[in-house]
Design a protein around this ligand. Structure first.
Ligand SMILES: Nc1ncnc2c1ncn2[C@@H]1O[C@H](COP(=O)(O)OP(=O)(O)OP(=O)(O)O)[C@@H](O)[C@H]1O
Length: 288
């Protein structure tokens, strides 16, 4: 089996809300997927459906298992970080390390301790006494020390300061990620993850709006910075986004030959977040 995650027509409806609406997803080992979408887009519901934590319609397999029927087996091979509030607040950090060592066969306690040594989290303190950011650091230390084939991170760095966010992603890539693993990161902090992604999915209103590997992202999308008279010519070419920048405009194109754009100004690949605004900002606007 070379697909780690395979979903077809995955849907989840809550009363009035179609939280996930016919999503197809196919990921192989060695993927770092960024799942990007506005609030309420359905990201958490999709991740929970992949893990069998919420019911869903459609076909879904993770590591060859059906998360709805084989949830317990699946959870032995995946690691999910979502809500940092679930750590037992009355335990000390040391007690928590003992506890996780006892329950999780794939937990490497030494690795968790090495990770914590680089943080402000004192191992003798109670979880309840830690700041929000420290609680998240503790949670991450536990997660990164679990040898899982699939790691699902839902807003992993929420509440962390910028230095720690950077360090977290560096560490994730250098110390955790390898060809055997698959990581999905759902986040609003797109700029911070874009350099570590191999694939990106944009979600809006339960649907996948964009699903690209980063190599084809670069060949599909272009951004041109235009000034003066070139602006009108650039805007005459069908584009998906246009925004003011210092002294001119940045215009984003999909599927336009770069040779056509080069005479107009400086051509580059748009950032994932600028493309997100162009795609989803427009979408939200048209829907209103
Ligand atoms: N248990 C539930 N019962 C009813 N509606 C729900 C439930 N869980 C999610 N929803 C709805 O489904 C939609 C998608 O929610 P979801 O939490 O998956 O979005 P999200 O993309 O993760 O959002 P955010 O970025 O704000 O965390 C929302 O409209 C939400 O209100």
């Amino acid at each position: 089996m070379n697909r780690v995650i395979e979903a077809r027509g995955l849907s989840r409806q809550f009363a009035q809300v179609q939280a996930v609406d016919g999503v197809d997803l196919s990921l192989k080992a060695g993927t770092v997927l960024g799942l990007i979408g506005p609030n309420g887009a359905g990201k958490t519901t999709l991740l929970r459906a992949l893990l069998g934590l919420t019911d869903c319609d459609g076909e879904v397999q993770v590591l060859g298992l059906d998360p709805r029927r084989e949830h317990a087996r699946l959870m032995q091979q995946v690691c999910f970080i979502a809500d940092t509030a679930v750590l037992p607040r009355w335990m000390t950090v040391l007690q928590l390390l003992d506890y996780v060592s006892g329950i999780h066969p794939r937990f490497d306690r030494g690795q968790a301790e090495r990770f914590l040594a680089n943080t402000e989290v004192g191992v003798k303190r109670k979880v309840a006494e830690l700041s929000k950011g420290m609680t998240v650091q503790l949670h991450l230390a536990l997660v990164m020390a679990i040898d899982a084939r699939v790691l699902i991170l839902d807003e992993p760095t929420l509440g962390l300061d910028i230095l720690f966010r950077k360090r977290f992603y560096e560490q994730l890539l250098n110390d955790y990620f390898d060809d055997e693993r698959t990581i999905i990161i759902s986040t609003h902090q797109v700029e911070e993850v874009q350099n570590i992604l191999t694939e990106v999915v944009f979600m809006s209103r339960g649907r996948v709006i964009l699903n690209k590997d980063m190599a084809s992202f670069e060949t599909t999308f272009s951004e041109v910075h235009v000034v003066g008279g070139a602006t009108a010519r650039a805007e005459a070419i069908p584009h998906i986004g246009s925004r003011p920048i210092l002294g001119g405009r940045a215009i984003i194109y999909e599927g336009v030959d770069r040779a056509l754009l080069e005479p107009l100004g400086q051509v580059r690949t748009p950032s994932v977040s600028d493309l997100f605004v162009a795609k989803i900002g427009g979408e939200a606007h048209h829907g209103q």
